[in-house]
Write a protein of this length. Structure first.
Length: 235
């Protein structure tokens, strides 16, 4: 059961300052811990407000109907405190220099409420990205965009989380122009689930582009696999 705001304050309360990218310290540790508790933050709790914390916070604001600005002000902190629990001593211990981190097995840890290791937040975010990137494309083209996101998650050349791939700077036009925040239709979600369940119409592509609008000479130089709808998919 989520803590109430009063209960969370008894454990540890945010300070009165607005927490923003570039901040460091206990407030950021608490922010990361709370975001991690509800599945929005997947990085190390290190007390440094970098890009991964920024995008995790934006995703939380979006899902909870808050202004999406990537700033942890009073309203966002209150909502976050109501939705989560936090233990200061446990969080600080996990960031201590002499704490022992679990050894990596070389494989990704599956999320808890998953199809195939992906949380419901991952699925919603991918559906948003598919809608923003391929709205109007044939259904197979929407599955193809979802497959590219998954291929990047599984590639050592890209971040290893859905949010990390989607919000990597410059990676997707829908993030840059804000279309990722449009409400996706049911087809977008179905396309994501089909991709998660193994359908990859692209032949393991890591990139795609629309030849009618692409301005980057670099993307034209990638080895092309196939064309689906208006997009060319490539390695």
């Amino acid at each position: 059961m989520p803590f109430s705001l009063l209960e969370s304050q008894k454990v540890f309360a945010f300070s009165n300052q607005v927490i923003q990218r570039g901040a460091v310290g206990e407030d950021v540790i608490e922010l990361q811990s709370r975001l991690k508790y509800i599945g929005f933050y997947h990085g190390k709790i290190d007390g440094v407000f970098g890009w991964s914390t920024y995008w995790a916070l934006r995703n939380f604001q979006y899902e909870f109907g808050l202004p999406i600005d990537g700033l942890a002000g009073a309203t966002t902190k209150a909502k976050l405190a109501k939705a989560t629990k936090y233990n200061k001593q446990t969080a600080q211990k996990s960031t201590a220099p002499n704490s022992t981190a679990p050894k990596s097995t070389g494989t990704k840890k599956a999320a808890s409420n998953t199809p195939k290791g992906f949380s419901q937040n991952d699925i919603r975010l991918m559906a948003n990205a598919v809608n923003g990137e391929s709205r109007g494309e044939p259904y197979i083209g929407q599955v193809a965009v979802a497959a590219v996101i998954l291929n990047r998650v599984n590639s050592p050349s890209f971040p290893n989380t859905v949010s990390g791939v989607i919000f990597e700077p410059g990676a997707f036009t829908a993030v840059a122009d804000g279309q990722i925040w449009l409400t996706p239709n049911e087809n977008s979600r179905k396309a994501v689930l089909d991709a998660i369940n193994g359908w990859d119409p692209t032949g393991e592509a890591l990139y795609y582009f629309n030849p009618a609008t692409a301005t980057s000479g670099w993307i034209w130089g990638r080895p092309q696999i196939k064309r689906i709808g208006q997009h060319i998919f490539c390695k």
